[in-house]
Design a protein around this ligand. Structure first.
Ligand SMILES: NC(=O)c1ccc[n+]([C@@H]2O[C@H](COP(=O)([O-])OP(=O)(O)OC[C@H]3O[C@@H](n4cnc5c(N)ncnc54)[C@H](O)[C@@H]3O)[C@@H](O)[C@H]2O)c1
Length: 327
C-alpha cells in the first residue's frame, strides 16, 4: 500500500466541511491542515477536525510534507492560488468552476504541466448516485435514443448569507458561475457529450446586482443532442432542482442532491431504486486513486476547461445576442 498523501484545505467557508468529510472518509489521504485568511474561521474548522489551522496558506506551500492542496476559495482566487500551489509542487483539487475565464484556465493547466503535478476541477454532480445510474440507463437504451434534456434549478438567492465576492461577477460571483457549472456538467455528462454551440440570456432582473440572478441557456451538443439550462436564484419562489431527459421511447427525471431517479411508465413517473452514497467522498476517493496510481483523473482537466469555455460562451451570447459556436 502506498503511503497516505497529506492534504490541506485552503478556504474554510461554506463548502470546506464537506471537503474535509470527504478527505477523512477517502482511503489514501490524510487531512493535515486548514488555511483561511480569516484565521478564526480556519481555527474553528481546524479545531473541530483536530488539524493545524493557519491564516496564510503559504505556510503549507512551503511545507514539503504537504502533497495536495484542496482549494475551496472564491472563484476569483482559483487562478492565482492554483498556480502558486503548482509552483510549490503540490497537486491541486480546485472546486468548480476551474476558473473565471478561459485564459485563466489555460494558464493553470500550463502551470500544472510545467511542474508535473495534477490539476483537478471538482465537478461533484456527476458523482451523485442518481446521475451515475441515469447515465448508465441512457447508455443501455432504457428510454430509447436520448433526444434532449431540460435542467431546471430554482432556489432562493439567499442574499443575506452571501459573501461579498458572490455579489460581483468580476470576483466570479453570481448564480451562473456557481450553479451553471454544476448544471452544464451533470447534464452534458449524462448525455455524454461536449457542447458545440450556445445561445443564452443571463441577467440580474431580481436583485440588479453586479452579478446575475437568473439565466436561460440553450446548448447544442457535439453528439447532436441538445439541452436547456434554466436557473434562477429567486427572491420569492418555489425550490426545484431536476433534470428531465426525453428519449425516443421514454423519459427520465433525475434529482442529483436527493439521489432520486424516476422513469416514465404509463403516463407517470415511477421511482427507480438508487443505492445512495456520499458524492463528495466518492469524488475524493477517485481523485486520490488517480494520484496514487498515476491513472486518469475522474474529471479530465480538458472537461474542467471546457466547462469554463461553455460558461463564458453563454455570457458572451447574452452580451451580444448571438449564438456562439465553440471552437
Ligand atoms: N461542489 C459543491 O457542491 C460546492 C458547493 C458550494 C461551493 N462550491 C465551490 O467551492 C468554492 C468555495 O465556495 P464557498 O461557497 O465555500 O465560498 P465561501 O466564500 O463560503 O468560502 C471561501 C473561503 O475562502 C476564504 N478566503 C478568501 N481569500 C482567501 C485567501 N487569500 N486565503 C485563504 N482563504 C481565503 C474566505 O475567508 C472564505 O472562508 C467555490 O469554487 C464554489 O463554487 C462547491
Amino acid at each position: 500500500m502506498p503511503e497516505d498523501l497529506r492534504a490541506v484545505i485552503i478556504g474554510a467557508g461554506r463548502v470546506a466541511p464537506g471537503l474535509a468529510r470527504a478527505i477523512n472518509n477517502a482511503p489514501g489521504v490524510t487531512l493535515v491542515g486548514v488555511a483561511d485568511n480569516d484565521l478564526p474561521r480556519a481555527e474553528v474548522l481546524g479545531n473541530k477536525l483536530g488539524v493545524k489551522a493557519v491564516g496564510n496558506y503559504q505556510e503549507f506551500l512551503d511545507d514539503p510534507n504537504v502533497d495536495v492542496a484542496v482549494l475551496a476559495l472564491p472563484h476569483w482566487l482559483h487562478h492565482q492560488v492554483a498556480i502558486e500551489c503548482c509552483k510549490a509542487g503540490k497537486h491541486v483539487y480546485v472546486e468548480k468552476p476551474l476558473a473565471n475565464t478561459l485564459e485563466e484556465a489555460d494558464e493553470m493547466i500550463a502551470a500544472a504541466e510545467a511542474q508535473h503535478v495534477r490539476l483537478f476541477a471538482a465537478h461533484t454532480q456527476r458523482f451523485f448516485a442518481s446521475t451515475i445510474l441515469a447515465r448508465r440507463m441512457l447508455e443501455q437504451g432504457a428510454i430509447g435514443a436520448p433526444v434532449y434534456a431540460t435542467d431546471t434549478w430554482y432556489k432562493n438567492f439567499g442574499l443575506e448569507g452571501r459573501p461579498a465576492w458572490f455579489l460581483d461577477r468580476r470576483k466570479g460571483g453570481g448564480m451562473w458561475l456557481m450553479n451553471g457549472a454544476h448544471m452544464i456538467d451533470r447534464t452534458c455528462w449524462m448525455l455524454n457529450s461536449e457542447v458545440a454551440a450556445v445561445k443564452a440570456w443571463i441577467g440580474n432582473p431580481i436583485y440588479q446586482l453586479q452579478a446575475d440572478d437568473s439565466s436561460l441557456a440553450f446548448l447544442q451538443l457535439k453528439n447532436g443532442l441538445s439541452c436547456a439550462i434554466i436557473h434562477s436564484g429567486f427572491k420569492k419562489g418555489v425550490d426545484k432542482n431536476e433534470v428531465e431527459i426525453l428519449g425516443t421511447n421514454g423519459m427520465l427525471k433525475v434529482d442529483t442532491y436527493g439521489s432520486r431517479l424516476w422513469q416514465a411508465h404509463d403516463g407517470q413517473y415511477e421511482p427507480v431504486e438508487v443505492q445512495k452514497h456520499d458524492a463528495f467522498t466518492y469524488e475524493m476517493t477517485k481523485f486520490i486513486e488517480a494520484l496514487q496510481t498515476g491513472g486518469e483523473l475522474p474529471v479530465p482537466i480538458s472537461w474542467g476547461r471546457h466547462m469554463v469555455q461553455v460558461l463564458c460562451a453563454c455570457e458572451e451570447s447574452s452580451r451580444t445576442g448571438r449564438e456562439i459556436i465553440l471552437t
